[in-house]
Design a protein around this ligand. Structure first.
Ligand SMILES: Cc1cc2nc3c(=O)[nH]c(=O)nc-3n(C[C@H](O)[C@H](O)[C@H](O)COP(=O)(O)OP(=O)(O)OC[C@H]3O[C@@H](n4cnc5c(N)ncnc54)[C@H](O)[C@@H]3O)c2cc1C
Length: 520
């Protein structure tokens, strides 16, 4: 096992081993670059995972306290866990549904295509789809995304058959969609056995994660050292303003300082902004790389909402892969709908306890029970829509300090009028699909804690508009990079992980190129 010295200043230090960090670690190691990967969580294996939604959630999730404010309902329903991510080697790729869609060109030019949307901080991405496409190809190949590279789609389960019937009746374009879940054996991993629990820790390895694909391959190069249970608490810089070391606390509570040639933050949006804001100095009094005041701002979480419907006959929606269904008719921006941006429709299913908990927190009594007791006859349909960036939607530090001496993060989010219009449109569409399939009753469920956390250290074409350039390198700190979804300039409508992975591969090329040119 490779081991680097703490005073080795030739290593790239990556903070966070999830979609962005785990992928980048492997990609850099494959290019011969020495990497130390710091991960706050434990190194679990498939044997540790449990086929139990709540048990898996508790085992894998980032449960450290956060607080929340703003008009979004999440602040009321989930005030201490407003965002949903993991703290474990592999990050949230150990606990995801694996839907994989690409941004479309219009979404990368949101400000130009949507025009001015008052109250938003919309910008265009500093990169185009032509820049991203080759990396999407690489990401899909490594993740084994269904319906790409000749891989078949996931099979239809009952929940999908309901969605399909409704969509076809309304003339919509429906399929089981694209997923980083093996529909057939691929890349040394088995096909899914459709047990429905791979979302909360995949025991079979049919689903791509950085835990089961990227990190083992990176370790095999001899260039990557993984340090699990290693919580980064500060990024330091030298007199020239370059990142020079990462301070972290190990499982025994001992503090270390790992020197670095370059530092990459990949802590999943909220934690990355939190660490930058906390890494203050005389040179960066408002936080590292925050000279323009954008760190933590423009936070995005997608409009994610589900409609649960009850049917005459059993559906048993928990059987099979939980999100194997997709409709893309509403993705494109269409001003005639009265709002900017678009949304994907996807399938959703949850176990009984989770469905009951998330259906409408606070709802109880006979009416609620009359829905829940028909769980076996229930189907779920879901949307992921583009929310509007707003400067005031942001991650900030509170006065409360955690066990590592780092201030607890607050997430403030106010719904924008555009978001509210899209929400109404989306609920109506989701309900109409189920009604067309014969639903007896439909319930519009509010958003659960944010699982798509994006934008709070965004890329921009000009330093005045964001934190990072088009390679997700900090405008103000030339050897500091971000590899998680906080680097998104806008959110688009699609689930973000394919894009996080594509950007991480692209970033690996950039970092390797800079190193060979002697510029990093
Ligand atoms: C239930 C659920 C379902 C989802 N389904 C989908 C889906 O179908 N499709 C899709 O595209 N996306 C999905 N997502 C979202 C997806 O999982 C995330 O977008 C993705 O994993 C984010 O990648 P990341 O690299 O930003 O962060 P993560 O994968 O969360 O990794 C961040 C890592 O950084 C570590 N870390 C944080 N702070 C520190 C620190 N200070 N020191 C050391 N380590 C630190 C964390 O412990 C974590 O392991 C889902 C998420 C959830 C919760």
């Amino acid at each position: 096992m490779t081991s680097y010295q703490l005073d080795d200043d030739g290593v790239v230090v990556i903070i966070g081993s999830g979609a962005g960090g785990g992928t980048l670690a492997n990609e850099l190691a494959q290019r011969g670059i020495e990497v130390v990967l710091l991960e706050a969580g434990k190194h679990l294996t498939a044997d540790d995972f449990v086929n139990d939604e709540w048990g898996g959630y508790e085992m894998l999730s980032w449960l450290d306290k956060r607080t929340s404010s703003g008009t979004w309902r999440v602040a009321k329903d989930h005030p201490l866990t407003p965002s949903w991510s993991c703290q474990v080697v592999g990050g949230t790729t150990t606990h995801w549904s694996a839907c994989c869609y690409r941004f479309i060109e219009d979404e990368l030019r949101a400000r130009t295509v949507y025009g001015e949307v008052p109250g938003t901080s919309l910008i265009d991405w500093p990169i185009t789809l032509a820049d991203l496409d080759p990396y999407y190809d690489l990401a899909e190949a490594k993740m084994g995304v269904t319906r790409t590279n000749g891989l078949p789609g996931l099979p239809a389960n009952n929940n999908f058959k309901v969605m399909y019937a409704g969509a076809k009746a309304l003339g919509l374009n429906v399929s089981t969609g694209r997923h980083a879940i093996n529909s057939v054996p691929y890349d040394g991993r088995p096909a899914t056995i459709q047990d429905g629990f791979t979302i909360t820790g995949d025991k079979t390895g049919s689903r791509w994660s950085t835990l089961n694909v990227e990190i083992p391959r990176g370790l095999a190069t001899g260039k990557l050292e993984l340090r699990s249970s290693a919580r980064a608490v500060q990024i330091e810089h030298d007199g020239a303003g370059k990142a020079s070391a990462v301070v972290y606390v190990d499982a025994a509570g001992v503090t270390h300082r790992q020197k670095a040639r370059a530092v990459v933050l990949a802590g999943n949006c909220v934690e990355s902004s939190r660490l930058l804001l906390h890494s203050k100095s005389g040179r960066f009094p408002d936080g590292l790389a925050n000279g323009y005041g954008h760190v933590g701002r423009h936070y995005l979480r997608h409009l994610i909402q589900t409609v649960w419907s009850v049917f005459d006959k059993p559906v048993h929606m928990h059987r099979g892969e939980i999100m194997g269904g997709m409709i893309d008719d509403f993705v494109r921006h269409d001003p005639a709908r009265g709002f900017a941006g678009g949304y994907y429709i996807e399938m959703n299913s949850m176990g009984l306890p989770t469905t009951a908990a998330f259906m409408d927190p606070g709802w109880w009594g006979r009416d609620f029970a009359s829905v829940i007791e028909q769980y076996a006859n229930m189907a779920g349909i879901f949307m992921s829509g583009e929310d509007m960036p707003q400067a005031g939607n942001r991650v900030t530090l509170t006065d409360e300090v955690d066990a590592y001496g780092v201030p607890v993060a607050n997430i403030h989010y106010d719904d924008h009028p555009n978001d509210l219009k899209m929400r109404v449109h989306g609920y109506k569409t989701l309900t109409s699909i189920h009604k067309a399939a014969g639903a007896k009753r439909s319930v519009e469920a509010p958003a659960y804690p944010a699982s798509h956390n994006l934008g709070s250290n965004r890329m921009s074409a000009r330093p005045e508009d964001g934190v990072l350039d088009g390679n997700a390198r900090a405008w103000e700190v030339p050897n500091l990079f971000i590899a998680d979804g906080s680097n998104f300039a806008t959110g688009g409508a699609c689930n973000p992980t394919l894009t996080i992975v594509a950007l991480a591969i692209r970033q690996a090329d950039f970092i390797a190129g800079q190193m060979s040119a002697g510029e990093l």
